[in-house]
Ligand binder design. Structure first.
Ligand code: SDX
Length: 437
């Protein structure tokens, strides 16, 4: 029989197990989150903890992003996402997330120009993209190309680590967009276009995607702004699956590119960043099948049916995803601006209305997440569905970089190596093949 009590005043937790009682320190975060530090649990009691999916386990202490899932709060370095979405832009927010403060004008100009300088790919890197089949998943291309571009970067001398880090940051932010655009143009058989230097990040990306050779793509400012906000909203999200992967890989002292490439692969999954693709395919399937909203909701609730309502639910948000709120408003604005009346948006809205009044979803606190509306906006911009998760990766790049840096700069950093509870065969013997049945 074991019991655990926390004495907030003395900041300790008491665990009694098998007649033994130990005191464990309690860590309190700046937003008053409390954690029991179990670092000495196994050496003191022989016990480890078990927490499937790490639903109750803090893997690190971080200063980058704060989420309050019950209140629908998301802040990058303390600044609410709503303020940044209204007043900032992706590049400035990337600087905030990575370097921990809003940049001065000089710092922002230098950062912007560094990204512009590093946006074009090395000529041979374009050949590497040619090596992928035209039908290759864009996330496969992105994850592979991140280690390819590392190979074209100057060898790290260690003489000026901060300058080398800043170059790597600019390289990853700039080239992620170029890799995405080059992958798209290859798939549609269009030659690439050169990047524009003095053009805002999102506008330059749309130019790289849609410009005809020799001309400049004239993106509607509202559309470019909406894309910039989508990237900004995806920029970080504390210890989600892909960011935890970046930290895990970085904890072995793997370099930034290798760690980020691993994060891209983690994001790929349909339960994580791949959900934005699944949402659009789900909405399109509902439209073509003619299934009623009630039938779709019934399937989502049916435990015997593998179908789930993609774009709904979240491990942390149990009230609403503040990003989904902003994107829902943006979807209305972009579609009306582009004069597009999207049936899929109507289906999405009806799904949300019905689900939010259904006890199954209400009891399980399932609300639209960041992926529910983002794809509708990107589709209206002409971005193909298969690129949606790459767009998510482009947006998440600052958060991955900032988290890798926290691990890399922490002198007390240790390699991530979880324990397990072994459930396999107890002691066994080798049997010669002639004696096996
Ligand atoms: C992202 O972590 C992050 O921060 C991620 C992210 C980020 O910015 O990095 O926010 C980005 O990944 C957003 C989530 C995108 N994924 C989807 O939209 C896929 C659909 N959603 C689910 O698969 C699910 O909600 C998760 C994966 C998002 C969360 O899963 P959890 O926390 O492990 O919750 P769960 O699977 O244990 O679900 C709890 C209950 C279960 O029912 P019961 O067993 O209690 O009866 O809710 C049900 C689930 O079956 N449920 C759903 C559902 N999501 C959860 N039922 C139907 N449809 C859904 N979408």
């Amino acid at each position: 029989m074991s019991t655990a009590t926390t004495d907030a005043q003395t900041k300790t937790a008491t665990i009694s197990v098998e007649g033994q009682t130990i005191e464990l320190p309690v860590i309190v975060g700046t937003e008053n989150e409390k954690a029991i530090d179990i670092s000495t649990l196994r050496s003191s009691t022989g016990y480890i903890t078990y927490d499937d999916g790490f639903k109750n386990t803090g893997s690190c202490q971080s200063e980058v992003t704060f989420i309050d899932g019950e209140k629908g709060i998301l802040r990058y370095r303390g600044i609410p996402i709503e303020e940044l979405a209204e007043k900032s832009n992706f590049v400035e927010t990337a600087y905030l997330i990575i370097y921990g403060k809003l940049p001065s004008k000089v710092e922002l100009d230098r950062f912007t120009h560094q990204i512009a300088d590093h946006t074009p790919l090395h000529e041979q890197a374009y050949h590497a993209i040619e090596g992928f089949s035209s039908s290759a998943n864009p996330m496969a291309v992105l994850s592979g190309m991140i280690n390819v571009i590392a190979g074209y970067a100057p060898p790290l001398s260690g003489e000026d680590p901060e300058a080398e880090f800043q170059s790597s940051v600019a390289r990853l932010l700039g080239k992620a967009a170029s890799i995405c655009a080059a992958t798209y143009r290859k798939a549609i058989g269009k030659s690439r276009v050169e990047t524009l230097r003095d053009t805002a990040y999102a506008h330059n990306f749309l130019h790289q995607m849609f410009a005809d050779p020799g001309s400049k793509y004239q993106a509607d400012p509202d559309v470019a702004r909406a894309l910039d906000v989508i990237l900004l909203l995806h920029a970080d999200h504390e210890q989600n699956c892909s960011t935890s992967t970046v930290r895990m890989v970085g904890s072995s002292q793997a370099n930034l590119y290798a760690s980020v490439a691993a994060g891209v692969c983690a994001l790929w999954g349909p339960l994580h960043g791949g959900a934005n693709v699944k949402v659009l395919k789900m909405l399109a399937e509902i439209k073509t099948s003619g299934a009623t909203i009630e039938e779709v909701i019934k399937r989502a609730k049916d435990k015997d049916d593998p179908f789930r309502l993609f774009g709904f639910g979240h491990r942390v948000y149990k009230n609403f995803d503040p990003r989904a709120k902003i994107l829902k408003a943006s979807a209305d604005k972009v579609l009306s601006k582009m004069g597009k009346d999207d049936e899929l948006l109507d289906i999405a809205r009806k799904l949300e209305d019905v689900a939010l009044n259904d006890p199954y979803f209400v009891d399980r606190k399932l609300y639209p997440n960041v992926d529910f509306y983002s794809g509708i906006i990107m589709r209206a911009m002409g971005i193909p569905v298969d690129l949606f998760t790459v767009m998510f990766a482009m947006g998440r790049m600052p958060g991955w970089i900032a988290n890798w840096k926290e691990v890399h700069d922490n002198p007390k950093s240790v390699i991530y190596r979880p324990r397990q509870v072994y459930q396999g065969p107890t002691i066994n013997r080798y049997i010669a093949i002639e004696d096996r049945s």
